[in-house]
Design a protein around this ligand. Structure first.
Ligand code: SF4
Ligand code: SF4
Length: 308
């Protein structure tokens, strides 16, 4: 089962939920896809065993072959190529704006002169290792780089191969259900833009973490809309519960969205956080609460798959 943990805004406790859920389960892969600001490693403290550069393929033009027809500039949906046509005796030019290039390959494919080939451009690194029994992977986008979705895609390539499993849920068998081996937990970036969509795509369930404030509600509404568009099951965890109003509960009730858990506004939790320590293992009862949360997600996913 692939579970992503997201939030419409930063600072709601998304990573806290992701790491504590991971620490409560067995056979877990943890992918930190918040590649602009990965911080799960501060809490899980993995032993990093492999580090590799992440690249995207960007076009390089052979000026000997190019006739400055302009086709590549027309097909690029991201305005990453501009073609200056030659005038009279003056030679033309093809300008490539590498930071805008998504590495889609369209210009290479459609160049009528076969004048483009692709070269790799480094955008960050991927580190992997183990935090106890948890297989840990995170991406780190290079400073000044803006193209996080290709790096997120490469982090997600670490998800263990899909296998045909018969998953036991509530005592019954789910036939022919395709699942990755074990449980994959994805810590998504905050917000509702492309990096979030890239991170949560393919998830069986998305936990939306919010806080009881007007900003929390506003950004939760946006995040729920995104999950509905992507057809991903979602539920809400209210962090710092008790510190604000009841508008999140009212919204969830009206929209028929389950509230999966409430994490209290507590000095003890804040102190643990500031020391880079998880709640699970430090405050009694939380491991069982996260295990129960997992059972709820499995059950919800099972019931939904079997009602469709
Ligand atoms: S499509 Fe090919 S030939 Fe035309 S301008 Fe671009 S690189 Fe040059
Ligand atoms: S690879 Fe795609 S995004 Fe990059 S310049 Fe070519 S068409 Fe544009």
């Amino acid at each position: 089962m692939i579970i992503s943990v997201a939030s419409g805004k930063g600072g709601t406790g998304k990573t806290t939920v992701a790491i504590n859920l991971a620490l409560s389960l067995e056979d877990v892969q943890f992918l930190d896809c918040d590649v602009e600001e990965p911080d799960a490693h501060l809490f899980l403290k993995p032993d990093i065993q492999e580090k590799k550069e992440a690249y995207i393929p960007v076009p390089q033009v052979d000026e000997e072959r190019c006739d400055y027809c302009g086709r590549c500039g027309e097909v690029c949906a991201y305005n990453a190529i501009a073609v200056l046509k030659g005038t009279g005796e003056g030679k033309g030019s093809v300008l490539i704006f590498h930071h805008l290039c998504h590495g889609c390959g369209a210009c290479t494919l459609l160049c009528p002169q076969d004048a483009i080939h692709e070269v790799n451009r480094a955008i960050g690194v991927i580190e992997s290792g183990y935090a106890g029994d948890i297989q840990f992977v995170h991406g780190k986008l290079s400073i000044g780089e803006i193209m996080s979705p290709p790096l997120i895609r490469q982090v997600k390539e670490y998800i263990k191969p899909v296998v045909n499993t018969k998953v036991a849920v509530t005592g019954k068998k789910v036939s022919n259900r395709k699942n990755p081996a074990g449980t994959v937990i994805i810590d998504a970036p905050p917000g509702t833009s492309c990096p979030v969509i890239e991170s949560v795509k393919g998830s069986d369930f998305c936990i939306l973490v919010t806080e009881p404030t007007p900003f929390g509600l506003n950004d939760l509404i946006l995040a729920v809309e995104v999950m509905r568009k992507l057809n991903i099951l979602c539920g809400v965890i209210i962090n710092r519960s008790g510190s604000g109003d009841k508008k999140i509960e009212e919204y969830c009730e009206n929209e028929n969205i389950p509230i999966l858990m409430k994490i209290p506004f507590s000095r003890e939790i804040a102190v643990l956080y500031s020391r880079g320590l998880p709640i699970v293992g430090n405050i009694p009862g939380f491991k069982d609460r996260f295990k129960n949360l997992y059972s709820t997600l499995l059950k919800t996913s099972y019931e939904t798959n079997n009602s469709n």
